[in-house]
Each structure stands twice: as C-alpha cells, then as structure tokens.
Design a protein around this ligand. Structure first.
Ligand SMILES: C[S@@+](CC[C@H](N)C(=O)[O-])C[C@H]1O[C@@H](n2cnc3c(N)ncnc32)[C@H](O)[C@@H]1O
Length: 285
C-alpha cells in the first residue's frame, strides 16, 4: 500500500515511491505533446506523477526511467493507457447552460429555416469526454417537436477511449443529472434497482461515439452546422490551437456555429470566426 503523504513531496523525487527525474518529466512532456497536443507545464508535475504512478504499479516497474523507455517503444496498449491517464475529463450535463439556451432560442430555429430543404443537421461534440455534452445537445434537439422526421446527427469524439466507452453506455449515476433542467428530464429514466439513470433510446440514437485524436486526420467528409469544442484547447499550445480552429472553420458550413469553453477565446488564434455572444462564434469565412 502506498503512503500518500510520501507520494506528494513536491520536487523531491528520492522520497517518492517511484523516482521521477526532471529528465523523465521532460520525456513525458514531449510524448504527451506528440501524442495528444496536451502541453504540460512544470507545475503539472505532481499531478502527472500521481496519475502515472498507477501505471508503474500496474506494470510492476520501479522508476520513471523504466516507464519512459517503455513509452519510447510505444506498445499500442500502453500508449492508450498513457493517453487515458493524462487527459482531464471534467464535464457535466448542461455545463455552461447559456450555450444550450442559445442553441434552443436561436441556433436551432435558424437552422429550421436555412436547412428546410435538406431537413438535415450535423453537430460535432469534439472532446466530448464521458458524453454529458453530446447528450445535453441531443436533449435540446429532441425538445423541438417540429424536427420530427429531420435527419439530425451528433458526432461525439474524444481521444480517451475510456470516456468514449462510458458515453456510449448512456448510463450515469443519479447525482450526475441533478442540474438537468426539468423540461429535459423526460429524456432519461431511472433504474430503481441500481439507482442509475439511463438515457432513453430516442435521444441516444442521435449520437455516434467515436475515438478520435483531434490532431490526426479526420475521417468525416460532410460539413457540420455546429461544433462544440469546449474546455479542450486550454491544454493545447497556441500553434496547435491555430491549426485546429482553422480546420474547424474548413469543416463548418457557411455561418456554422462554434461553441468554446468559458476560459477560452479566439483572440490572436484565428480571425475566421466572428463572436456572436459569450464564447459563441459563427464562421466568418
Ligand atoms: C475537460 S474535458 C471537456 C469535456 C466537455 N467538452 C466539456 O466541456 O464539458 C476535455 C476533453 O478533451 C479531450 N482531449 C484532450 N486532448 C484531445 C485530443 N488531442 N483529441 C481529442 N480529444 C482530446 C480529453 O480526453 C477530455 O475528455
């Protein structure tokens, strides 16, 4: 059993369960950047130590030099364990509720006019974590009875394979739905035997969950009307953000909408979007 107090002695790797030198941390930073785009600053060292120590324990390794050598040879299974360990997956249903209010009050009614001929809407939740974001989007779409018969699809992607699997399961503990507005509560049902909630199939069927690294090539061909990419790029450096938002502009329809996280902005990142509200943008060109 690990003594947790030993594992958090900042900067003193000798006192830790698994020695981690600064050179080891530099290797981890480089690999994290290469594989995920996540830029780890030095003050994340303790957090990364805590998260990766579990991998060393599971693999029976005794220090981070061994673990770094293993990462350099990158067996596929450990690559995905590493990625899943370093991602931060904090999310919630209807997080940043003004986005969902704007979706319901403005974006969807506009799409019902502009897309009336095709009766088709495409949405991408990029960096969807455990699925609360795409399900919240789906619940808003479902609340529009006039969209019955429309072809509405939400693509939900994340780099972390564990969170994608959790989202696809559509099962959440009951405390996760505490903040869901009353009008959307009909979108899920409670299983009394487990006290979990299950998202109803009618909502679930709007969403496809896929594992996808945003830095890699995207297999999707068609254009999206709306992209949610919230609280993802805060972990990326500026060149990575510039490239990503340029690609979002390319894959959005004319005047397509982009929703970003509360602490993010596009100032000095790209001029291809016009701000139309708090962390809400529309493609400019
Ligand atoms: C803090 S969560 C945000 C979840 C949700 N969008 C929200 O705002 O509630 C950030 C997510 O971005 C994902 N992520 C980080 N780097 C990524 C990358 N290169 N490609 C795809 N997803 C990535 C993480 O796995 C994590 O689930």
């Amino acid at each position: 059993m690990v003594n947790p107090s030993r594992a958090v002695i900042a900067g003193n790797h000798e006192a830790r369960e698994f020695p981690m030198s600064m050179a080891n941390f530099e290797t981890i930073k480089r690999i994290a950047m290469e594989w995920t785009g996540i830029s780890l600053s030095n003050h994340k060292r303790n957090m990364i130590y805590g998260r990766l120590s579990r991998r060393l324990r599971a693999l029976g390794l005794s220090d981070f030099s061994q673990y770094c050598s293993l990462l350099e040879t990158a067996p596929a299974s450990e690559k995905s364990e590493f990625i899943n360990s370093i991602t931060t997956n904090l999310t919630a249903f209807f997080r940043e509720i003004h986005h969902f209010e704007h979706l319901a009050s403005t974006v969807i009614p506009n799409l019902m006019r502009t897309n009336a001929a095709s009766r088709k809407v495409r949405v991408w939740s990029a960096g969807c974590s455990t699925g609360e974001e795409p399900y919240s989007i789906a619940m808003v779409f479902k609340s529009f009875s006039a969209l019955k018969g429309w072809d509405v699809k939400i693509l939900a992607t994340d780099l972390d394979s564990n969170v994608v699997a959790k989202g696809a399961s559509a099962i959440y503990s009951v405390d996760r739905v505490e903040g869901v507005p009353d009008k959307y509560r009909q979108c899920f049902k409670r299983d009394k035997s487990t006290n979990n909630i299950h998202i109803k199939d009618s909502v679930r069927e709007l969403i496809r969950f896929r594992q996808l690294n945003l830095l890699h090539e995207w297999p999707m061909r068609g254009a999206f009307d709306i992209i949610f990419c919230r609280n993802v790029v805060i972990y990326f450096d500026l060149p990575t953000q510039k490239k990503l938002f340029n690609r979002y502009a390319d894959i959005l329809t004319d005047k397509g909408h982009l929703f970003i996280g509360h602490s993010e902005n596009l100032y000095k990142v790209t001029d291809r979007f016009a701000s139309i509200g708090r962390t809400i943008y529309q493609k400019a060109y």
